[in-house]
Design a protein around this ligand. Structure first.
Ligand SMILES: [Mg+2]
Ligand SMILES: [Zn+2]
Length: 105
């Protein structure tokens, strides 16, 4: 781990984002937050396409996850619960812990 004092799980990260930004996020609302998320997805696409250095890639992955967490906070969705419910017991398509189906999540 390059920075920080300990690893964060998804729930910790969503709470951190809530603590740092919720006062701005609630005011911006879901539609504006979604646009920011899409902008960051575009930046991620660019660094993947450019085969950019590892630090830039890491940075853009962090941004996308931060804005996804922000949107989840605005919408009142607990990301950790959401991923557990959908993927925690295996592939939603075939139920396997190693997917053997053609379903796309
Ligand atoms: Mg970015
Ligand atoms: Zn499957």
């Amino acid at each position: 781990m390059a920075q920080g004092t300990r690893r964060m799980d998804l729930g910790d990260f969503q709470q951190l984002i809530e603590k740092m930004y919720s006062h701005k996020d609630r005011e911006r609302g879901a539609a504006g937050t979604f646009l920011w998320l899409m902008e960051e997805v575009g930046e991620l696409a660019a660094v993947i396409g450019e085969r950019a250095d590892e630090a830039s890639k890491q940075d853009e992955f962090a941004d996308v996850l931060a804005w996804l967490a922000t949107l989840a906070n605005v919408e009142g969705v607990d990301l950790s619960d959401a991923v557990q419910a959908k993927y925690g017991r295996g592939c939603p398509g075939c139920g396997g812990m190693v997917c053997v189906c053609d379903a796309k999540p």
